[in-house]
Design a binder for this molecule. Structure first.
Ligand code: AMP
Ligand code: GLY
Length: 420
């Protein structure tokens, strides 16, 4: 199988790495890729916002299966274009990717499917903002209705800060979503979906805030671990039954059948799991931890999802133990990151690349805010953490920062669900 991955993050590096260990794969390419994927796969240039260019590339390269990593190409219809060219594609149509691309659409699907989620209102006129804010609190959740790379959300107990963020979004012409605050630890559940059949992967948790102890602004994700020992028994089956399958069925009924990875971000509240958001793709950095534990060859699963045959797949096999991934971010991230700094130790085991590129003189340099995702595995979380942080100690990048507490509370048994 000729396997083409679209994207350039550590998630794509994890997919390329898994494919490189899969005997069914005869050739791998990644577009645009990064310095890490380039060591395992052919690097091809492509504009991620151009579906026709992505489809043309897949044809030219004679791909048997295309996996589209990021949300941006999916939302603009890259998967539709690839399928139209007659090539199997793991990734939802533009119509189905709206589950991530529009929070208002996602809410509408959830309401129709009877899925537990936060109460919400869309505000598109500043004149209606104050009255709407008065219907929420004492913790306000203010979101950009469109794609915002995880940075469009403000959660605050200060109504002035909530108002300021909402006005800033409205000024930029973006409708705002206000939500009731969901209290409880978060879990990400990734499900392979072929339009009808749902196959869940291991639950994971990511860390969105930039600093230790969940301090500082939201980012695209600073680390993750899997599996989650603190979840109640039956959690995955329960969420598939009450959340994922109803949403998948509702989307099929709307002529927006979902093919690809449906990602539910859940809050484990005292009233049970509630949906915070859906994403239409593998999450980053959770994927780096989840795929480190998957023993079943990945490309067969992705191909089955792309071709509607998931129901025929044998049950997934997982490694025992845990995986932890820690993001190494550039100086300045999540604001304006410094780029162009030399990275050393980037070729070591467990080091996945995101914002990296190879300079003409051969040096690997930083080229984005999240530079590396360093993965450790072990018999338990403590061992997996130790390996991840040992590996980070072997990496050099001037001014880089990372969280030191990824999975630390879970390792100490301190994560709990309110009221339990
Ligand atoms: P989103 O962009 O929707 O993924 O939101 C980013 C982060 O904001 C989530 O991972 C949560 O940590 C937080 N968040 C979003 N919505 C809520 C909510 N209704 N209640 C509590 N926290 C939320
Ligand atoms: N881990 C958060 C995301 O991928 O959106």
């Amino acid at each position: 199988m000729r396997f083409l991955v679209i994207g350039s993050g550590a998630r794509e590096h994890a997919l390329v790495l898994a494919a490189s260990q899969d005997p069914a794969v005869t050739a791998i390419a990644c577009a645009p890729g990064n310095a890490g994927t380039a060591a395992l796969a052919e690097s091809l240039g492509v504009d991620l916002t151009d579906p026709a260019a992505i489809a043309a590339l897949a044809e030219q390269w004679r791909a048997d299966l295309v996996v589209i990593g990021p949300e941006v190409p999916l939302v603009v219809g890259a998967a539709d274009a690839v399928r139209k060219a007659g090539i199997a594609c793991f990734g939802p149509s533009a119509a189905a990717a709206r589950i991530e691309g529009s929070k208002a659409f996602a809410k509408d699907v959830m309401t129709a499917a009877g899925v537990p989620t936060a109460r919400s209102e869309v505000v598109d006129n500043p004149a209606h903002l104050d009255a709407a804010l008065a219907r929420f609190g004492p913790t306000w959740v203010v979101k950009d209705d469109g794609l915002a790379a995880g940075k469009g959300v403000v959660v605050t107990t200060d109504v002035e800060q909530a108002r300021k963020h909402a006005l800033m979004l409205l000024d930029g012409g973006h409708p705002v979503v206000l939500e009731s605050f969901l209290d409880g630890p978060e879990a990400s559940l990734f499900c392979l979906v072929d339009g009808r059949t749902v196959v869940p992967l291991l639950p994971a948790q990511d860390f969105k805030r930039v600093g230790d102890g969940d301090s500082g602004p939201n980012t695209g994700g600073m680390g993750a671990y899997a599996p989650l020992s603190w979840l109640p028994d039956g959690f995955v089956d329960d969420v598939v039954e009450r959340v994922i399958q109803p949403v998948v069925d509702e989307m099929a009924e709307r002529d927006a059948a979902f093919t690809g990875l449906l990602y539910a971000g859940l809050a484990l509240t005292s009233d049970g799991p509630q949906v915070i958001e859906f994403n239409c793709r593998f999450g980053d950095p959770e994927t780096q931890a989840v795929l480190a534990l998957l023993r079943t060859p990945i490309t067969g699963l992705l191909h089955a999802a792309a071709t509607g045959t998931l129901a025929e797949q044998p049950p997934l096999e997982w490694e025992d133990g845990c995986a932890v991934t820690v993001v190494v971010a550039a100086d300045g991230y999540p604001g304006k990151p410094l780029v162009g700094d030399v990275i050393t130790g980037g070729e070591a085991d467990g080091v996945l690349h995101a914002g990296t590129r190879r300079r003409e003189d051969g040096a690997v340099v930083s080229s984005g805010g999240r530079v590396l995702s360093v993965v450790g595995t072990g018999a338990d979380l403590e061992a997996a953490r130790a390996e991840a942080y040992e590996r980070i100690a072997g990496v050099g990048l001037a001014g880089a920062h990372h969280r030191t507490d990824i999975a630390a509370r879970a390792a100490r048994g301190e994560v709990s669900i309110p009221g339990r």
